[in-house]
Write a protein that binds this ligand. Structure first.
Ligand SMILES: C[S@@+](CC[C@H](N)C(=O)[O-])C[C@H]1O[C@@H](n2cnc3c(N)ncnc32)[C@H](O)[C@@H]1O
Length: 267
């Protein structure tokens, strides 16, 4: 990623860049072997992997879980509209590619992120693609975001929707508020797909070290327990899955609590 490449895009909110401050989206991009990151992000990831070496494989595992869920929702459950919330920088494959590859007909996908640079990138990637949108929005104000999405032609909340929350809830102070806002407007047959780093199999020092590194991004992170993450599925029927990429499960490390939560009743 270069500053001049970003400056050449005139659409979207102004992209502000401080090349000395690591950024959550770009760190995630680097963990997933992407190219849209800077030296400060790579340095922060090097420190992260020193504290928790399993994080690189865990990032790939979380991404794999999310895309498998999109494929299943589209192919087996006929869901043809997806909200990718906290979408991050473009990764391959993207949600709209997976959805299109598995759905019986055309799909609609909205990518949402509060990072203006991420939104600029996603708009550049998606420009000219029918049925795909990139929106800048803050999941800490979920009612505002829901109202905005409801007013767009992109999503019809009267029909089942797939709401994707892949590795974004740890960056929110009140993730339950966000999940609840989307759950409340979802029709029966819709699903929330979420993954969240878990501290249950790690030791305190490791969790503290990772949280300290993310504090430098200005976004911060909260690594929660399995029980706290399970509560986020309140009102949704779900079967949890533990993503565990530790080479030796007897050695403490971070894992990921993931699941698909179904909206059974549309009340
Ligand atoms: C670790 S990345 C996850 C990317 C992608 N969902 C995935 O699973 O690969 C987290 C993303 O959430 C975004 N994010 C963090 N806080 C947010 C907020 N309050 N509202 C919207 N997006 C947010 C970050 O900008 C970043 O792009």
């Amino acid at each position: 990623m270069t500053g001049s490449a970003l400056a050449s895009h005139s659409f979207g909110a102004p992209a502000t860049l401080d090349l000395s401050v690591p950024n959550v989206a770009r760190m995630s991009d680097h963990l997933l072997d992407g190219k849209d990151n800077f030296a400060c992000d790579r340095l922060a990831v090097t420190e992260l992997l020193r504290a928790a070496p399993e994080l690189r494989a865990l990032a790939a595992s979380g991404r794999g879980f999310l895309m498998r869920a999109v494929a299943s929702l589209a192919a087996e459950h006929g869901i043809d509209q997806f909200l990718d919330l906290g979408a991050g920088l473009p990764a391959s494959p993207c949600t709209h590619e997976v959805a299109a590859g598995h759905a019986a007909g055309p799909c609609r996908v909205v990518y949402v992120d509060d990072d203006p640079v991420v939104t600029v990138h996603n708009r550049a990637l998606l420009s000219g693609r029918p049925g795909v949108w990139a929106v800048q929005g803050d999941l800490r104000s979920p009612e505002v975001l829901v109202a905005r999405l409801s007013s767009m032609e992109a999503v019809d909340f009267a029909r089942p929707v797939g709401v994707l929350l892949g590795d974004v809830l740890p960056y929110l102070p009140d993730p339950a508020q966000t999940v609840r806002a989307f759950r409340n407007v979802m029709a029966a047959g819709g699903a929330v797909v979420l993954s969240h780093l878990s501290r249950d199999r790690a030791d305190q020092g490791m969790v503290a070290a990772v949280e300290k590194i993310y504090a430098r991004t200005g976004t911060g992170i909260a690594i929660r327990t399995d029980a706290q993450i399970a509560e986020l599925f309140d009102g949704l029927a779900h079967a949890p899955e533990t993503l565990d990429t530790r080479p030796d499960p007897t050695v403490p490390g971070l894992t990921c609590y993931a699941g698909v939560g179904w909206r059974v009743r549309g009340d």
